[in-house]
Design a binder for this molecule. Structure first.
Ligand code: 3PG
Length: 305
């Protein structure tokens, strides 16, 4: 059995070594395609793979069709909006993710972004502190829970909205559940976004919602660019000169945002949330183990299609 790691954004070497150990211990072989620049390289690499480990790499119907011996795709991470699930299902390919494995790394980056924004991007002027501010956690999954844990150390007041999480589960983490998305934005000085990109959430962070936030608000997005209505964000920021937006996912209108909102907008050039050795090891080795268990024992834990 041949397992391919196909990562445009490579794992740390220590994680690749750990994945190799798992795969070879099972008697399988490992192939590596990193930092590819053309889709054709991916199409060629998947042609004889039985399993692939990916990150945000786009696995569309064309890639699945080119992978004629493919049995399983594991997205080493949480969000799997980069995989065409229908095409995978039609081709009888199992798709899994590795939930929770990189969530602390993403949550730590949230605070890197928030401190940077609250201190005016280190421009020498007086900023603000996070202590005592109301933090809204928009979706209380694995990343949201880690954000809550860290925010307690900063002395923030914590609120969360999650349509799929029971109030008592949110309260159990010392966080106040709110009843709606709009109540969250209305209540909080700072919002950290952790919703997936789905048909329902795409462009859902719009001017109407942002207008509910108090003056001087900050929104941090370490989730997906697609959840933001980018046109309305520009209009909103033009009309609200104290609002700051920090993100780990380069918006499509990054050039416009930079030109118009220098000093209150920042985007990492490449998504960095999960880019730590620890997260790479956790997610990469979990992916390798899931592949071995699936191919050897038919175990389907974390299957998403
Ligand atoms: C995820 O969905 O797990 C995160 O967005 C991390 O994505 P990445 O592996 O491409 O850095």
């Amino acid at each position: 059995m041949k397992v391919l790691i196909a990562t445009d954004k490579p794992f740390a070497k220590i994680a690749v070594d750990g994945i190799r150990t798992e795969i070879e211990a099972a008697g399988f072989t490992l192939a590596l395609l990193e930092k590819y620049t053309e889709k054709q390289q991916l199409l060629d690499a998947v042609s004889d793979a039985n399993a692939i480990i990916i990150r945000s790499d786009i696995i569309d119907a064309e890639v699945i069709a080119a992978a004629k011996d493919l049995k399983i795709i594991v997205r080493a991470g949480a969000g799997y909006d980069n995989v065409d699930l229908d095409a995978a299902t039609k081709a009888e390919v199992c798709v899994m993710n590795t939930p929770g494995q990189n969530s602390n790394a993403v949550a730590e980056l949230v605070f890197g972004l928030l401190v940077y924004a609250a201190r005016n991007f280190y421009n020498g002027t007086s900023g603000t502190e996070l202590k005592g501010k109301k933090l809204g956690i928009h979706a209380f999954g694995n990343v949201g829970r880690n954000v809550a844990r860290i925010a307690k150390g900063f002395g923030m007041e914590l609120y969360a909205f999650d349509a799929y999480c029971k109030d008592e589960d949110i309260k159990a983490e010392g966080v106040i559940p709110v009843k709606s998305v709009s109540a969250l934005y209305q209540t909080c000085d700072v919002v950290s976004i952790h919703i997936p990109a789905t048909a329902e959430t795409k462009k859902s962070i719009n001017a109407d919602l942002l207008a509910k936030m108090p003056k001087g608000a900050i929104v941090a997005n370490t989730a997906r660019k697609e959840v933001i209505n980018e046109e309305e964000l520009v209009q909103f920021m033009e009309a609200n000169p104290t609002f700051k937006y920090v993100t780990d996912i380069l918006p499509d209108n990054h050039a416009t945002m930079t030109e118009k909102f220098g000093g209150r907008y920042f985007a990492t050039p490449k998504k960095m949330g999960a880019q730590t050795a620890e997260a790479n090891i956790n997610a990469g080795i979990a992916a390798a183990k899931q592949i071995v268990n699936f191919l050897k024992n038919g175990q389907q834990i974390f299957r998403v299609n």
